[in-house]
Design a protein around this ligand. Structure first.
Ligand SMILES: Nc1ncnc2c1ncn2[C@@H]1O[C@H](COP(=O)(O)OP(=O)(O)OP(=O)(O)O)[C@@H](O)[C@H]1O
Ligand SMILES: O=C(O)[C@@H](O)C(=O)CO
Length: 423
């Protein structure tokens, strides 16, 4: 099978989010962790490559993304999607723009769109301003993110300093008029030399119109939701055969471990709700980890019944995170925690866990790397943008879910287990 749409995501939960929404179509979707070593063998019509480049220096992010593009082209893809966070997370040196410009240069295209909207999860864009629920991005909990605090909500202002060519906007008034109006506005902006176009979207119907208008663009960029209509559009265009369907899901061992390294407001609520159910939990403290290492957490985990789905978490509220960062530095605190959770994942797998639930994009990157996972097949969705996935680790079939920090309802950790047990 040849690949129809080649996608590149800048973090692991972002990649499963995107893959999960593409998989709603019922078509096969494969997710590769990092750029595969060899040439494409048995590619899916929808391929997603997960990078861990969101906070990487620009040159590194550009090089990794170009390598991913080359692999996807070799898999047959002629249309591409660059997925970043629905809250447009980037560091002050931001690599979203430079990566998009590098992809455009490689693809020989002079315009792309930027649409991180994800209405089902409360992300909308109006007049170029990104909202999280009813709050502008810079007033939302994203202002306190440990690695990428977002202090501006204006996407044109965020993108402008990251790119070398002009930035423009197709606003909601235009989007509401449908695909023809969007195409005309893009052509008009192209005539003015505008290469980077932020596109407003507040509702799923807006995304349907934008995807329909832009489905033939060599490169689209955005959150996951803009890509969701593409499989249906490509099938209607005859690019994917009508009988192409995803395979049935494999059985996995019952034991479960939950690992949360996300400090988002939602992950804090989810950890608290799970502990309230009486489930066993162990709090990782970065300062204690720096002093005594991960051994206490591993001994606690070794003593747990994996049938009760124990939770190991570093999830903490902003004041506690800031205190740890003040002592250790943000990068070191993050890395210590990520490595500890990764070690817990390996220990749990070796103790027989067949189900691993992870919260946090960076955390997911560390965990999947430690588990030596290189390909995930996408299964049932637990919450919008959070599917179960299936993979092989150390020769064993495991189910893995990688939850974006802000995604899922309060009972996500319980919901995830219920969805996997559903016939
Ligand atoms: N108590 C803590 N103190 C300092 N840093 C922490 C603490 N707990 C977790 N971290 C770090 O904070 C970062 C959280 O980022 P991560 O990407 O995992 O979550 P997220 O940003 O909420 O998720 P997503 O990227 O999916 O939105 C990680 O590097 C993690 O190791
Ligand atoms: O788009 C989102 O919000 C998520 O998929 C994500 O990127 C989390 O890291």
């Amino acid at each position: 099978m040849t690949t129809v749409l080649g996608c590149i995501a800048d973090d692991f939960t972002g990649a499963t989010d995107l893959a999960g929404l593409l998989a709603r179509s019922g078509m096969p979707v494969s997710l590769r962790i990092g750029v595969p070593d060899g040439p494409p063998a048995d590619p899916s019509p929808f391929e997603v490559i997960a990078l861990k480049s969101r906070t990487a220096p620009v040159a590194q992010a550009v090089a990794e993304t170009r390598a991913a593009l080359a692999w996807l082209r070799a898999a047959g893809a002629r249309r591409f999607y660059w997925k970043y966070c629905s809250t447009f997370d980037s560091t002050p040196e931001g690599n979203i723009g430079p990566v998009a410009e590098a992809l455009m240069a490689d693809l020989g295209t002079d315009q792309t769109i930027y649409c991180p909207a994800f209405p089902e999860n409360g992300r909308s864009i109006f007049m170029g301003h990104l909202f999280v629920g009813r709050q502008p991005l810079h007033e939302s909990p994203m202002k306190d993110h440990p690695l990428t605090p977002m202090r501006d909500s204006n996407l044109m202002r965020l993108l402008g300093p990251q790119v070398t060519r002009p930035v423009g906007l197709v606003d909601r008034l235009c989007v509401a008029q449908g695909p023809g109006a969007i195409r005309a506005a893009l052509a008009d902006l192209r005539g003015q030399g505008v290469a980077h176009v932020v596109v407003d979207a507040v509702a799923p119907e807006d995304l349907d119109s934008i995807a329909a208008a832009c489905r033939d663009m060599p490169l689209q960029t955005g959150g996951s939701a803009l890509a969701m209509p593409l499989p249906g559009l490509y099938r209607a265009d005859g690019l994917v055969a009508a009988d192409v369907r995803a395979a049935a899901r494999p059985a996995v061992a019952q034991g479960t471990v939950i690992l949360s390294g996300s400090c988002s407001a939602m992950s804090n609520a989810q950890v608290a709700a799970y502990l309230d159910t009486g489930a066993p939990g162990f709090r990782l403290d970065p300062l204690a980890l720096a002093e005594t290492g991960v051994a206490p957490a591993l001994s606690w985990l070794a003593a747990q019944d994996l049938g009760r789905a124990p939770l190991v978490y570093a999830t903490a509220e902003p004041a506690r995170v800031k205190a740890a960062q003040a002592r250790l530095g943000a990068a070191r605190a993050g890395e210590i925690v990520e490595q500890a959770l990764a070690a817990c994942a390996v220990a749990a797998r070796d103790a027989g866990a067949g189900r691993v639930i992870v919260a946090g994009g960076e955390t997911s990157g560390a965990v999947t790397q430690a588990l030596g996972v290189d390909r995930l097949d996408i299964g049932a969705e637990i919450a919008p943008g959070v599917p179960w996935t299936y993979c092989t680790s150390a020769g064993r079939q495991i189910a893995l879910t990688l939850k974006s920090g802000n995604f899922g309802q309060r009972d996500f950790f319980t919901d995830a287990q219920r969805v996997l047990d559903r016939p």
